[in-house]
Design a protein around this ligand. Sequence first.
Ligand code: Q46
Ligand code: ZN
Length: 309
Amino acid sequence: MRCKPCGADAVIEIRRHRVAFCRDCFLHHCQEQVRRAISSHRMMGHSERVLVAISGGKDSLAVWDILLDLGYTADGVYLGLGIGDYSDTSRTYAEAYATARGAHLRVVDIPTEHGFGIPDAARATKRVPCSACGLSKRHLLNTAALDGGYDVLATGHNLDDEAAVLFGNVMQWHVGYLARQRPVLPATPGFARRVKPLIRLGERETAAYCVLKGIDYIVDECPMAAGNRHLRYKETLNEIEDRSPGAKAAFYFQFLDQMLPVLDDVAAAERDLVGTCSRCGAPSSAEICAFCKLVEKAAPTADDERQIG
Ligand code: Q46
Ligand code: ZN
């Protein structure tokens, strides 16, 4: 197999683009895909300060690395979720990357700052861990971006993630979620702008990017992910993609082109509903926001566990 742009020996083939690349042309391809995503969705400008949500996994480290290479002023923020060894290890990878790259990483540790970990939250709410986790991440990453005075919060959601979320939202016809599933969520009062620069890259590509660039990342999946719906949707889409390369990208990008404009009114109506949490001041349609309610429930559960343990 030959690299399409330069003819050297190829190290990776991307079936949906019907191309193969050598190392250098592949790294350039990844950078180009991010540059195109940023410019076609007007995600951010070079004069803006970017905060990148870092989990220690391949996607978040790849997006941070590419943004820095593209010349953006980008700091990272790591959220400690209190998921035992998994959290400790993922933090090590995030810190090691920041040190090696000379980049600035902020750390927000949920157990230290809010008195509970995600497993406590799952027990307290009697719901799957990912629901408390997603809620905490949205709230705390947004707070970190606003408090730090950043213009934009970037996350490492890739094409596979976005297609799987879309698939789930369509399966349940969550019209409100569909209306908000955008590559760019503009800043509104109490919310920083949120962008997803990796939407044009699949997870196989972000993994290859890290390996070829020598970036170490946590390979293990979060232990709480086992059996979650999101993973099942990913598997289903991968089966379809195997048979029809390009199907996943078509599903997602056609949604952006054809469907999102139709949902603009739904998104605007949802934004109008928002008030302010009486405890923390975050945007909320209820008197107390979902995160403050979670802290109220989960912190005592964590205390009980400590006493028993
Ligand atoms: S970290 Fe959190 Fe994920 Fe773990 S608990 Fe679920 S949402 S699976 S990206
Ligand atoms: Zn609140």
